[in-house]
Ligand binder design. Sequence first.
Ligand SMILES: *[C@@H]1O[C@H](CO)[C@@H](O)[C@H](O)[C@H]1NC(C)=O
Ligand SMILES: *[C@@H]1O[C@H](CO)[C@@H](O)[C@H](O)[C@H]1NC(C)=O
Ligand SMILES: *[C@@H]1O[C@H](CO)[C@@H](O)[C@H](O)[C@H]1NC(C)=O
Ligand SMILES: *[C@@H]1O[C@H](CO)[C@@H](O)[C@H](O)[C@H]1NC(C)=O
Length: 317
Amino acid sequence: MALRHGGGALGPAVAFLAVAALLGAVTAGKFDDVVQPSWANDHVVYDGDLLKLRLDANSGGGFVSRNKFLYGKASADLKLVPEDSAGVVTAFYLSSAGDKHNEFDFEFLGNVTGEPYLVQTNLYIDGVGNREQRIDLWFDPTADFHTYAVLWNPSQVVFMVDDTPIRVYENRQNATVRGHHRHANGTTTATGSSPFPGPQPMAVYSSIWNADDWATQGGRVKTDWSHAPFEATFREVRVDGCVWAANATDSDAGEVSRCSGSSWGKEGRYWWKEKEMSELTVHQSHQLVWARAHHLVYDYCVDTDRFPVQPPECAGH
Ligand SMILES: *[C@@H]1O[C@H](CO)[C@@H](O)[C@H](O)[C@H]1NC(C)=O
Ligand SMILES: *[C@@H]1O[C@H](CO)[C@@H](O)[C@H](O)[C@H]1NC(C)=O
Ligand SMILES: *[C@@H]1O[C@H](CO)[C@@H](O)[C@H](O)[C@H]1NC(C)=O
Ligand SMILES: *[C@@H]1O[C@H](CO)[C@@H](O)[C@H](O)[C@H]1NC(C)=O
């Protein structure tokens, strides 16, 4: 699903923007170190210790991290739009730049009052997505703050909800396992090895936008603008990763090796690359099995209508 939002109307009064910017400078401290508005600044609202992304009929809004990272963990303490949020999508995601970009997405698909949100995750690798999975949640994500996180290292990408892994994408580039396409005549053909996102620095983003063409009950339920503005509320955004030098290009070999080199993990500084982070713990594996058994509602890996040929990374699923 496309994450890119189409521009949207720019803010109204310039004077209001100036005042908001001043207030922002006073109250935005803990967010200011980590993120900055990236789309429709007047829809990125600082409210005491909280940061809200607002959607109304004019525009949605978004923010981006100040730094780029290669490997690490990004998380958000987030409370989703309460009550009627049909048609509204809030996203928290990591993305690199360019045509061959990588991207790890959480997309929260709103619903009418009382009906459950769905959480869609997706990965783009070398510019190609189409790896959607959807879960429902074991709590009401509009009632309180919950932590949504992505851990990313050379071995795996892990999506977590309150420290429970809900999805793991492993680096199987060294493994011999291959995807197979079973033909009508009973023979199989290998479909290639499993891709894994290469070492491109990523920024962390969040945005809220109107997606009533597809998001809620397959697009059948539209956004009810009489309930606007719709607001997603952040209590904190954390990014703990290898910060990419601001003066380096995205393909800088020195930065790749500085952030990828295994010797760094031993210092405890780049904890996300240490050996114990290369796979789930036994406890986490059990949590993952539980989450998927009880809450997975869609998995592209088993959608044979969309993928008559099973994607190679799905082998063994
Ligand atoms: C794959 O193999 C290479 C060469 O042995 C090794 O350096 C690398 O760490 C391995 N990658 C993973 C994800 O295991
Ligand atoms: C089975 O079907 C595939 C795809 O049409 C074809 O490439 C393969 O040669 C066939 N094998 C046999 C034994 O008929
Ligand atoms: C919204 O609620 C309906 C009815 O419970 C459910 O089928 C659907 O999966 C929910 N979520 C979305 C995003 O449509
Ligand atoms: C970036 O700046 C640092 C410190 O000034 C310097 O050591 C480094 O070589 C620069 N890197 C690039 C890619 O220009």
